[in-house]
Design a protein around this ligand. Structure first.
Ligand SMILES: Nc1ncnc2c1ncn2[C@@H]1O[C@H](COP(=O)(O)OP(=O)(O)OP(=O)(O)O)[C@@H](O)[C@H]1O
Length: 207
């Protein structure tokens, strides 16, 4: 079980280019919770995820974190968060295994978990295939295998269900539920309805 934590967005406003994407945006997600960000294309969901991760600064308001063991929110986020964005972060010239070994080394994780993770995402038999030669859904699965290798309490997932088949979507929903059972938290965006068997917080992003 992960130690308890919370992230709170207080009266956030964000301008990108010359457009106000959102203002007076308030949210809270605690360990053991799931937050689904909703809104039409261009509403600012990815921008809000970037803001929560500290990659961009709000024009107003702030994100406050409560957590143990780490002295600043930026340190906590870099150690305790896995952010899987639209860009999969997969290197085409590396194999499935090598892509995951790269992230395991980066995060100081045990490589021995990689074969099991590859199998769990349905890529057994593809270990030595270059990512360039895989389908979009299979490339997405490499990226999702990181959830099984990097043992962190907060998952931030931007459209994680895209390109997954029906079975893959159900598998990912189950993985999110397991993360919550471990006292982790998940913030995700999805244009598709997502059926989770646990209560889900929702936030509509936009002005
Ligand atoms: N660096 C930037 N400079 C200027 N405008 C930006 C920048 N980044 C994003 N935007 C604009 O902010 C708006 C919101 O983008 P964002 O990606 O956050 O939307 P979204 O809700 O995630 O959309 P989608 O559902 O299509 O993924 C868009 O109009 C986009 O063009």
């Amino acid at each position: 079980m992960y130690p308890s934590f919370s992230l709170t967005g207080q009266n956030l406003a964000l301008i990108r280019g010359d457009r106000l994407l959102f203002k007076d945006c308030i949210f809270q997600v605690k360990s053991g919770q799931v937050l689904h960000l909703k809104g039409p294309n261009g509403a600012g969901k990815t921008s809000l995820l970037n803001l929560i991760c500290g990659l961009i600064e709000p024009d107003q308001g702030q994100v406050i974190g409560e957590f143990e063991d780490v002295d600043s929110l930026s340190s906590w986020l870099s150690l305790k968060t896995l952010y899987l964005g639209h860009q999969l972060g997969i290197k085409s010239t590396l194999s499935v295994y090598e892509n995951l070994a790269f992230y395991a080394a980066l995060r100081g994780c045990d490589r021995q978990q990689i074969p099991q993770a590859i199998s769990a995402v349905g890529l057994q038999g593809y270990e030595t295939q270059l990512a360039a030669h895989l389908s979009q859904g299979q490339r997405r699965r490499i990226c999702l295998a990181r959830l099984l290798i990097e043992n962190v309490p907060l998952w931030i997932l931007d459209e994680p269900f895209v390109a997954l088949d029906v079975k893959g979507q159900a598998w990912l929903a189950g993985l999110i539920e397991q993360q919550v059972e471990r006292n982790g938290a998940v913030i995700f965006t999805s244009h598709q309805p997502v059926s989770l068997s646990i209560p889900t917080l929702e936030l509509s992003v936009g002005v």
